[in-house]
Design a binder for this molecule. Structure first.
Ligand code: WQD
Length: 329
């Protein structure tokens, strides 16, 4: 009954590994440590290797009697995917396809996939529901959608049951501040805001303040990383109960604007966040937030934390781990 977690030494992966172990699950992590940190595993079993190593994966699954896989390992920068598309298709699609081939060959029948709300592109409707057509607007988003399609076909031809979890904007850190996000490997808003507030970078660039939103700045559905981890545990329970394959949103159903994030961060930290207004970023929709009702109905999952806890835990993590792992103060 072991769970194989790929990319378990990464941001969302490490929070999920911790929650699985706290729930008494047997876990083994496969991570290349290219982006992840062994310190984030808090002692969980780690095999350092590549998801594309067919023989390593089949051997690991057979030896450790793996019955389920949670697959996080992927490159995740939207911008980088557009400047280096082959790196993204090779790793996120080629690597993931080999991983799926290997785990099926080893007899694994349950698979949870780290997908993304980015597959919707600029959503045709808000709040976003799972029946919306996929319109990926970046190579990164395309790679996530492609693996959703691979999983659907492998479900039909090999009987692999899967849950694809479409994350909205993951943010925050563990409540005891033992693990959190490595701001050196992300371009997302919250870690950048914390870095600016701590004076570890120049002012935040606010990408556009002329959007049709409450205050003119972009609005997103920020979801606490601990809530995301809980969604993965519940997805495993769902598959363990024999239920059919599913794709569902993991979001709060509420949006926050960039200026609201800045104001709340200033209140929490007692520091103004240096920022300047810049032109809109290409490809940014004005407003994106989830309709999370399918996950509530099918997984029994709802987000329990809001933007305040997200920013409180992010601030505590970054302000006490100024250079990330290995140098807590
Ligand atoms: C959030 C808001 C920006 C940075 C992407 C991926 C998605 C998911 C999350 C992986 C927007 C604004 C940001 C900055 C800013 N990743 N912003 N200045 O673009 O909503 O989603 O990351 O799954 O797949 O598409 O996240 O954090 O980049 O932006 O003003 O320096 O913050 O315009 O309104 P995004 P983000």
């Amino acid at each position: 009954m072991t769970v194989l977690v790929t990319g378990g030494a990464g941001y969302i992966g490490s929070h999920t590994v911790r929650m699985l172990r706290d729930a008494g699950r047997e876990v083994v992590v496969l991570d290349s440590l290219e982006m992840g940190h062994e310190e984030a595993l808090l002692g969980a079993e780690l095999v350092v290797g590549e998801i594309a190593d067919f023989d390593l994966v089949t051997k690991l699954c057979r030896e450790r009697r793996v019955t389920s896989v949670i697959h996080f390992a992927a490159y995740k920068s939207v911008g980088e995917s557009m400047t280096d598309p082959f790196r993204y298709f090779s790793n996120n699609v080629g690597g993931s396809t080999t991983l799926i081939d290997a785990v099926v060959a080893a007899g694994v029948e349950q698979f949870v996939f780290s997908s993304s709300a980015a597959i919707y592109g600029s959503p045709a409707r808000i709040p976003v529901t799972e029946d919306l057509d996929a319109h990926p607007e970046s190579v990164y988003a395309e790679t996530k959608w492609m693996i959703e399609r691979v999983l659907s076909w492998i479900g039909e031809t090999r009987g692999l049951r899967s849950v694809c979890l479409r994350y909205f904007n993951a943010a925050g850190a563990s409540f005891d501040s033992r693990i959190g996000e490595d701001w050196s490997v992300t371009t997302n808003l919250v870690p950048i805001v914390m870095k600016a507030a701590l004076g570890r970078r120049g002012p935040l660039e606010v990408f556009g303040n002329d959007y049709p939103t409450r205050d003119g700045t972009g609005e997103r559905d920020y979801i606490h990383v601990v809530d995301l981890a809980d969604g993965h545990v519940k997805a495993l329970d769902y598959l363990d109960s024999g239920k059919p394959s599913l794709a569902c949103n993991l979001g709060t159903g509420r949006g926050s604007t960039v200026l609201e994030v800045l104001a709340e961060t200033a209140r929490i930290s007692g520091r103004e966040v240096p920022h300047v207004f810049s032109p809109r970023r290409a490809g940014d929709p004005a407003i994106v937030f989830a309709d999370p009702s399918l996950a509530a109905r099918e997984l029994g999952w709802t987000a329990r934390h809001g933007i305040v806890e997200i920013l409180q835990t992010a601030w505590t993590w970054h302000s006490t781990h100024i250079d990330g792992y290995g140098t807590g103060r």
